[in-house]
Design a binder for this molecule. Structure first.
Ligand code: SGN
Ligand code: CA
Length: 559
């Protein structure tokens, strides 16, 4: 074995056979601290160097990047919360672990990686957003939010009391950090630990902590160059989506303007209810901090009577301002956790991972949200540090995926990866090796239609240069028949169906079956679909073969 890889894996692998009598040796196995945010775009982390992040830096996440490896090409398999979390838990693609859509679906008979760590003598914990509709499996400790969780004074349930949610006063990011520290303080000190810190932030609708409200007021963020994309060159899915900042971001909910409530309008009422879901939970002091910033901002907005492009730009600016103010708390949390590790002499023997459950649009193509296989939502940030084992301040450009996380953690713990686990351990890459047989392309599949944001089903393959996407499925209400969860009361798909029915959400929504092809080298912004264009025959054939091979090898049963 190559010496560098050995440095990352060997001290651990040697122990796997000694499970049960390993306490004396346990300092050899690293602790794992996995921090995952919800919807944190790479564009919002200054270590990745985007123009937005230059105006709203993340010094603590950057601190982590300086002492570890920053991955430029980490991708999700299905750009949505619970599917990504299921990939994390199982190291399996969505159709293998069952969680294809946002609602319940994970096959709980599958092994969750923390179960294997537990068996190997690790103490395991999870705090914050769990979001899976099953009990946390494989955790000695949990302190988790209810579903998507709330930002203000949220409810949590804790170890042994699954489903019994109790309100805690404070802000979600700080409370989650507090519970992470409780786990670290109270853990059994002679065992290695694996702690998952899953922040609710910066999920929609971006409610900042009182001390950060309005911190970017007056800062003008640069518009992404694809902001005014008119999707000319593409199939219908890029046009029929409902995630456009200008058209679909709601003034009441997303921009927190309750003054605009129109009680005769269903959409206005739904938007207001969403907003009150947070404002209505605030204490008087929290609400005062809120109103101090938003009341004058709302008044100025209403008086300005903006429309057209001016309104679109106003929305973009205030979306980014609110989002980045939410990130400020996340960044502080990372700082607190890193400081804790140092103060407790745990920093050398702890692998720290920072990531998100998917990427997010920060105005690229005029969008927010995720779901599409286009770059900004397909990518997710990934930073891994393990002092003395992973080189400091380095970047990696290999194609890695969130199904690789579970195998990586098992390898750190010296636990043999179960045969059925599809992802691959990142240890060779962490050791700085370009392994010859590392994946040269990846498979992606999105299934959640017709639900919020109306992104059509698609799958596809991406290699280092090209991306082939296949959009498919029935349109409009005809798609409801194809949606497994849409008729099950209580699921998010069911709730959405009621909304779709009430609001004439669909305009012209055709059945689709078409491909798109992008050359990421000459067109990194994916503005020019070259599928069917002269000169692309050879590359189309190659990618089509790879896509079909993936579908066959992975037994994708959609078609
Ligand atoms: C909520 C959001 C959507 C978001 C989904 C999924 N609406 O429904 O904008 O796409 O969650 O997000 S909200 O008004 O309730 O915030 S995910 O990150 O959980 O997949
Ligand atoms: Ca998410």
């Amino acid at each position: 074995m190559n010496q560098n890889i050995a440095k990352v894996i060997l001290p651990l692998a040697a122990l796997s056979c000694a499970q049960g009598r390993m306490l004396a040796q346990d300092t050899a196995r690293p602790n794992i601290l996995y921090i995952m945010c919800d919807d944190h775009a790479m564009q919002a982390i200054s270590a990745y160097g985007s123009p937005i992040s230059k105006l709203a830096p993340t010094p603590n996440i950057d601190r982590l990047a300086k002492r570890g490896m920053l991955f430029r090409n980490c991708f999700v398999e299905n750009s949505l919360s619970t599917p990504s979390r299921a990939c994390l838990m199982t190291g399996l693609y969505s159709h293998q672990n069952g969680q294809r859509q946002l609602a319940e679906g994970i096959d709980t008979t599958k092994t969750f990686f923390p179960e294997l760590l537990q068996k190997a003598g690790y103490e395991t914990g999870i705090v914050g957003k769990w979001h899976m509709m099953c009990r946390p499996k494989g955790f000695d400790y949990y302190h988790i939010l209810d579903g998507q969780g709330k930002y203000y004074n949220p409810t949590f349930c804790k170890t042994g009391n699954y489903g019994k949610y109790e309100q805690e006063m404070g802000y979600a990011t700080s409370l989650t950090t507090k519970h992470a520290i409780e786990f670290l303080d109270n853990r059994e000190k002679d065992k290695p630990f694996c702690l998952l810190v899953h922040h609710k932030a910066p999920h929609r609708s971006w409610f900042a902590e009182p001390k950060h409200i309005g911190m970017y007021d007056g800062v003008d963020f640069p518009l992404p160059k694809t902001f005014w994309d008119n999707y000319d060159d593409r199939g219908s899915a890029a046009r029929t989506q409902k995630m456009n900042i200008e058209k679909d971001m709601e003034l009441i909910l997303d921009f927190k303007i309750p003054e605009l409530l129109d009680t005769s309008d269903v959409e206005s009422m739904a938007s207001y209810a969403g907003l009150m879901g947070e404002l209505g939970r605030m204490t008087a002091a929290q609400r005062m901090a809120w109103d101090k910033y938003y009341m004058p901002r709302n008044r100025r907005f209403i008086e300005a009577k903006l429309s057209g492009k001016e309104l679109a730009v106003w929305k973009y600016q205030n979306y980014i301002r609110d989002y980045m103010a939410v990130i400020a708390s996340v960044d502080e949390s990372v700082g607190q956790l890193l400081d804790y590790l140092k103060a407790h002499d745990l920093d050398k023997n702890t692998v720290v991972i920072y990531t998100s459950d998917q990427g997010f649009y920060m105005g690229e193509h005029g969008w927010f949200d995720k779901r599409f296989m286009y770059e900004e939502s397909l990518h997710t940030p990934l930073i891994i540090s393990y002092p003395g084992h992973v080189k400091e301040g380095v970047e990696n450009a290999d194609m890695v995926q969130n199904i690789d996380f579970a195998p990586t953690f098992l390898a750190f713990a010296g636990v043999k990866q179960p045969k059925e686990m599809t992802g691959r351990p990142l240890q060779p890459l962490l050791a700085g090796q370009k392994s010859k047989d590392w994946r040269k392309d990846l498979y992606y599949h999105y299934y959640d239609y017709p639900t919020y944001h109306l992104v059509r089903k698609h799958d596809g393959v991406r290699n280092e240069r090209y991306k082939l996407i296949y959009f498919y499925g029935k349109g409009g209400m005809r798609a409801v028949e194809e949606n497994k969860y849409q008729k099950i009361p209580g699921t998010s798909e069911y709730n959405c169906l009621k909304y779709l029915n009430a609001t004439n959400y669909f305009n012209d929504d055709p059945d689709v079956s078409y491909y798109e092809l992008y050359d990421l080298q000459s067109d990194p912004d994916e503005l020019h679909n070259i599928y069917g264009k002269k000169g692309t025959e050879k590359v189309t054939k190659q990618l089509m073969k790879r896509l079909n091979d993936y579908r066959k090898e992975l037994k994708v049963d959609e078609y």
